[in-house]
Ligand binder design. Structure first.
Ligand code: C5P
Length: 450
């Protein structure tokens, strides 16, 4: 839920830039919920980094968390009262649960244990931390930490998908050796990475704190992502990665798309302040901070999720969607019977998601397709632009930069001409594209920013 502009109890000016607001009165405020687990000790470093960057930090520690860090340490570092489960009636008079959950600009859960994430997903409120998480109307960022098996367990996967679907930003944990001796994903991301994710989440939060008064950020260079948010107020859908089209339970048709360019675009869109829905084919890439991600396998699933994600202001279709799928997926593994007979593989055409969206009544104001070409790049892109009915085709020469590489040389082909960019890292292409998209959206559908 977007918070109301008229919250008089809140000293931070939450209106968009301009409009002659008074200067910003207060620094961004973080409510840090510290769950149990050995990784809780890293919260000490996180509080230190946040304080150094000028954030106001208020800590809440769960009963399990108190086994690993003391409220006294956190109080000393945060220079603020620490709330524990012993939060009593006297505290309630000073500051109620609801107020505590809402006075922050961002709620951060670090470490977010499997148990805490499960309770958040189910809406259970049986202690102070979970009550605050259920009562808050502010964006929530969770940095998970748990044993690798717990992280990979179907129940945790379900909970993470639910939370992401609800708009909670769940970071991917780090991979490595765990305190329990096992190896894999599940380690708490490093405090510096959590702080980066906090910067981005705040940049995406409805309160354009830095835009309101950039001078208030003097001495806080780390907050730079929030200085310009040209896509604030826009909703952007991005498809990325390949699709996998099953032939039987163990085989599928795929392609070499790495998803890197699409994920870089999703990251750049979130940094630029957009609300981002990333519909991703099967790729082992972490979800960029501030992005809502939906994972799919097949083109048909991707088409359905795109439909579900509408309406949006702009859609950027970066996915390398398989043109064909197996006409019939075998229920059991197709066996080689030794006869030398090759099994028939009949194909069916997949829906063209981009072309379908171009014709849809909910067509986004700006519709961008991608084209990987090896020759006659611009001529092919111009033909594709007409065939697909989109506004731009971002054509990349995959003979120079094979799929999966780090760089891209792209040409933005539209009805009005071709804009050719130098060969750039995919992240730089993504940022430049976001600038161009923000300008174009401003021309096509200016936003009321007051
Ligand atoms: O036809 P081709 O695959 O070359 O077109 C590429 C563009 O169309 C990309 O933007 C891709 O995401 C999109 N596309 C799609 N659905 C398909 C095939 C391609 O959205 N079935």
């Amino acid at each position: 839920m977007r918070e109301g502009d008229g919250d008089e109890s809140n000293p931070v000016d939450r209106r968009p830039p301009g409009a002659g607001q008074p200067p910003l009165m207060s620094s961004p405020r973080i409510l840090l919920i510290i769950g149990g687990g050995i990784a809780a000790y890293k919260s000490i470093e996180l509080v230190r980094l946040l304080r150094k960057a000028g954030y106001v930090v208020r800590c809440v520690i769960t009963r399990a968390g108190e086994q690993f860090v003391t409220p006294l340490t956190l109080a000393a570092l945060s220079e603020n009262k620490v709330y524990t489960n012993l939060f009593d009636l006297k505290d309630e008079v000073e500051m109620g649960h609801i107020q505590l959950s809402r006075e922050a600009d961002l709620v951060v859960v670090a470490p977010a244990t499997a148990d805490l994430l499960a309770k958040m997903a189910a809406g259970i409120a049986d202690d102070l931390a979970t009550t605050l998480l259920l009562a808050t109307d502010k964006p929530v960022l969770a940095a998970p930490a748990m044993n690798v098996r717990m992280w990979l367990h179907a129940a945790t996967r379900r909970n993470i998908a639910t939370l992401r679907g609800d708009g909670v930003t769940v970071m991917e944990p780090d991979e490595g050796e765990m305190a329990c001796g096992e190896y894999g994903p599940g380690r708490l991301p490093e405090p510096a990475a959590i702080k980066d994710a906090i910067d981005v989440a705040l940049a995406n939060a409805p309160a354009p704190v830095a835009l309101t008064a950039p001078e208030a950020l003097a001495g806080q260079p780390d907050f730079a992502p929030a200085n310009r948010r040209p896509l604030y107020g826009r909703r952007i859908l991005i498809t990325a990665g390949p699709t996998h089209e099953p032939i039987d339970p163990v085989r599928y048709i795929a392609n070499r798309s790495s998803g890197k360019q699409g994920f870089a675009i999703a990251a750049a869109a979130a940094e630029a302040g957009a609300e981002v829905l990333l519909i991703a084919g099967p790729v082992p890439l972490p979800t960029p901070p501030g992005v809502i991600r939906v994972d799919v396998e097949t083109a048909v699933e991707m088409a359905a999720e795109v439909q579900q994600g509408l309406p949006v202001d702009a859609a950027i279709m970066v996915a390398a969607v398989a043109d064909w799928r197996a006409a019939d997926t075998a229920v059991q593994k197709i066996k080689k019977d030794g006869s030398g007979q090759v099994p028939p593989l009949a194909l069916a055409e997949n829906p063209d998601i981009l072309a379908g969206l171009a014709k849809s009544p909910e067509r986004p104001k700006l519709l961008v397709g991608f084209a990987a070409e090896t020759n006659d790049v611009i001529a092919h892109a111009e033909a594709k632009l007409a065939r697909k009915g989109c506004d731009w085709i971002v054509a990349n020469d995959v003979s120079a930069d094979p799929m999966g590489g780090e760089n891209n040389r792209v040409h933005i082909v539209s009805k009005t001409g071709v804009d050719s960019w130098d060969r750039l890292p995919k992240q730089a292409v993504a940022r430049k594209l976001m600038e161009k998209i923000a300008d174009e959206l401003e021309k096509r559908a200016p936003l009321e920013r007051d």
